[in-house]
Design a protein around this ligand. Structure first.
Ligand code: ZN
Length: 82
């Protein structure tokens, strides 16, 4: 089975996005809240969280989870503090 050019390219992108500090989905999700807060507050994401960013780039499921989390945090921060 031959890969189409597009398939080959996305495979190359996938490999290029893979790093030494690759984490799995469970680790990513447990770090995601901290990552999202830093992201929203505009703080520089620290080195430990770079692995989360890298994982989001290659994992659609976690990326979707991240989008939901961002929306939830933004919804909360729109509300007046009680
Ligand atoms: Zn994942």
């Amino acid at each position: 089975m031959a890969l189409t050019q597009q398939q080959a390219r996305s495979l190359v992108d996938l490999i290029a996005a893979t790093r030494d500090e690759e984490i799995d989905c469970g680790t990513c999700l447990s770090e995601l809240a901290v990552f999202a807060e830093q992201h929203i507050e505009g703080k520089p994401v620290d080195q430990a969280r770079e692995a989360v960013r890298a994982h989001l780039a290659i994992c659609g499921e976690c990326d979707e989870e991240f989008e939901h989390l961002l929306a939830a945090i933004e919804a909360i921060s729109d509300q007046p503090a009680s």
